[in-house]
Design a protein around this ligand. Structure first.
Ligand code: IMP
Ligand code: MG
Length: 181
């Protein structure tokens, strides 16, 4: 079992990139089919989603645009509670359009709810959510998640864009926190 050490914690290899790539391929096939004539804007939630978004978008063959939004909610492995908006997209470009929120992971759903209400207030036409990972046990909201790459247990993961205290985003595979080490 491959283990890595980030700052002060051990993480074990859990989901190899090859598995993630299959999930993304499946999502891309569905999105290519369903969004064909909608000219959606993919609103990528930074920082975590940049790796997923890049791989997903390369598999899409529909007419679409990309914008970025940055929020901060986690400190280490704990949610800080309050969500801060750190970078805003071009709202003028987004008004009246179909928006697809691209998330790395939906955990409690607090970040997603914040983003959804904010985007809705900007007069968009339609909002859908596309997330690579989803923790159903931790989810506390009722917003439907239209596209889910993979449902996972309520465990803390890093890699493929996801971080522990800013570290681990560059890892190609997904690693999971191991409390026993
Ligand atoms: P939520 O607001 O609880 O749904 O959390 C969403 C955000 O928290 C994600 O966009 C991630 O940045 C971060 N997050 C949630 N779970 C994890 C995890 O297991 N590893 C790394 N970041 C996570
Ligand atoms: Mg994060």
């Amino acid at each position: 079992m491959k283990t890595i050490f980030l700052r002060d914690k051990n993480f074990d290899l859990w989901i190899p990139f090859e598995e993630i790539d299959k999930d993304i391929e499946r999502l891309a096939v569905e999105i290519n089919k369903e969004e064909k004539d909608k000219k959606p804007i993919f609103l990528v939630v930074l920082n975590g989603s940049f790796v997923f978004a890049a791989d997903l978008l390369k598999k899409l063959n529909i007419e679409c645009e990309v914008e970025f939004i940055k929020v901060k909610s986690y400190e280490g492995m704990q949610q800080s509670g309050n969500i801060q908006l750190e970078l805003q997209p071009d709202w003028n470009n987004i008004a009246g359009r179909k928006v697809i929120i691209v998330e790395d992971i939906v955990d409690t759903g607090k970040t997603l709810r914040y983003l959804y209400d904010l985007i809705k207030s900007k007069g968009v036409n339609e909002i859908d959510v596309c997330t690579l990972f989803f923790k159903p046990e931790a989810y506390r909201d009722i917003l439907p998640l239209k596209w889910i790459g993979r449902k996972i247990d309520n465990r803390f993961i890093v890699g493929y864009g996801l971080d522990y205290d800013g570290l681990g985003r560059n890892l190609k595979d997904i690693y999971v926190f191991n409390s026993n080490k």
